[in-house]
Every structure is written in C-alpha cells, then in structure tokens.
Design a protein around this ligand. Structure first.
Ligand SMILES: [Zn+2]
Ligand SMILES: [Zn+2]
Length: 121
C-alpha cells in the first residue's frame, strides 16, 4: 500500500490482533475502517508499537492537505477529533480508513488516558 501523503511504501504493523499501515518515509499511520476508534481505547500501549515516527516530521506533513484515499481515490475528508480539536486528520468518505501523521495517534491516546484518570478520581 502507498502512503496517501508522500506516496512512499507503507508497512503493516500488527499489535493485539489488529494491524495498521505505517509509512516508511513520513511515518504517518493508516487505520483501516474504524480501527482508530477501537485502538485508541482498547489497546494498551498501542501508540508505542505503531506511532514510532518523529513528531516534528509529523507536524511538517500535517500541513499537506487534499490527499486521496489509496483504496478508492476519493478526496479524503478533513476532520478533527471531538475530544482533542487540535488534532487534524483525514478520513475516507467511503469509510476505508483514517490517516494520522506521526505523533498524532500518541497525542489522541494520551488525552483519552488522562481523561479516564480524571473520571476515576
Ligand atoms: Zn508517507
Ligand atoms: Zn476510500
């Protein structure tokens, strides 16, 4: 599979029975279908396995807009996270998946973790 952002080759990374694609150059992550929603909540330490890219590189690639879904070629829809509006990402309107730049998955997961911590207390 090809990275929708920089067109480099993506590699499959698996953790706890789920897999994402990670770009070999920009280290952006592709989450299939709604795997992002599952992984950010259910998979402990998933960000350490998947999100190994450099945050600064991720920020650089975050400026690239107007990307296309690698599966259906449709324009990816830009959105932001409900809980963390500063995290922008692109999703396929047909539901093929979501692309996150390096560091963004870690950002999402950690907010969720601390939110949970606050609820427990
Ligand atoms: Zn890439
Ligand atoms: Zn698509």
């Amino acid at each position: 599979m090809q990275c929708p952002k920089c067109y480099s080759k993506m590699e499959t990374v698996s953790h706890s029975g789920r897999s994402v694609e990670r770009c070999s150059l920009c280290h952006g992550l592709w989450f299939h279908g709604d795997d992002l929603a599952q992984l950010r909540r259910d998979k402990w330490m998933a960000e350490h396995v998947f999100d190994t890219g450099d945050v600064e590189t991720g920020k650089m690639y975050d400026r690239i807009r107007g990307i296309h879904c690698p599966f259906c070629e449709e324009d990816m829809r830009q959105g932001f996270d409900d809980e963390q509006p500063h995290v922008m990402f692109e999703s396929c309107p047909q539901g093929h998946g979501t692309f996150l730049d390096a560091g963004e998955f870690t950002d999402l997961v950690h907010k969720t973790f601390w939110d949970r911590f606050k609820l427990i207390r």
